[in-house]
Design a protein around this ligand. Structure first.
Ligand code: IMP
Length: 195
């Protein structure tokens, strides 16, 4: 793989704060081919129960202490099921822990199964903060399928695809996913935000 060297419009290193190794795998596949090194702090940041992914991402960013020459990066994602008024949305981690995949599938039995995954990624350098968003719409599978990925991947099929996210390797999932879209938007906005 050809790696572009860091340039004036690209940071050399970002530090990702998450406890989720699946997210780190996907973030590396998105940033490293662009010549951006990804350092990982597996530290659990204090997470508020906010009303929006943006609010949660901003509060996580405020709780990190950026190191000189490094961008701090956090992201917050959620699964918004249309027929449930957007639930679990910002409560996705809680729904995953308490209901599990089978519990979420039970909630949509007999209902419209369309859903949107949303991601907000935020970076901070000193006091400056930049947020970018990405979303993908699809439908919930009837049963869990696939063993790759994490979280709700086995039950989410992006529109236009026949495979669930858990049946796609990280680089293929990134082409369609909320995270892939949010990171591509972030990379487009970075040069103007941190010139
Ligand atoms: P958080 O962004 O780590 O708070 O994620 C909220 C919940 O959504 C967690 O249970 C994650 O596992 C799940 N989730 C976030 N992103 C994805 C994804 O790309 N695929 C599947 N589940 C996800």
């Amino acid at each position: 793989m050809v790696r572009a060297p860091p340039g004036p419009d690209r940071p050399g290193q970002v530090r990702v704060y998450t406890t989720n190794p699946g997210k780190v795998r996907e973030i590396r596949a998105l940033l490293e081919p662009r010549g951006i090194r990804v350092a990982w702090s597996r530290r659990r940041l204090v997470e508020i129960q906010g009303d929006s992914l943006e609010e949660v991402a901003r509060s996580k960013l405020n709780s990190v202490s950026p190191r000189p020459g490094e961008l701090s990066l956090v992201e917050d994602s959620g699964l918004f099921i249309h027929s449930l008024g957007g639930f679990p949305g910002v409560y996705s981690a809680y729904a995953y822990r308490t209901l599990g995949l089978a519990g979420v599938l039970r909630l949509v039995r007999g209902r419209d199964r369309s859903a949107t995954f949303r991601c907000v990624v935020g970076v901070r350098q000193g006091p400056e903060v930049l947020l970018a968003r990405g979303a993908v719409t699809g439908s919930l599978a009837r049963t869990a399928r696939g063993t790759l990925g994490f979280g709700f991947d086995p039950i989410f099929i992006p529109r236009g695809c026949s495979e669930s996210f858990a049946e796609m390797p990280a680089d293929v999932k990134n082409r369609y996913s909320h995270r892939g879209r949010a990171f591509r938007a972030l990379l487009r906005a970075l040069p103007a935000a941190f010139p």
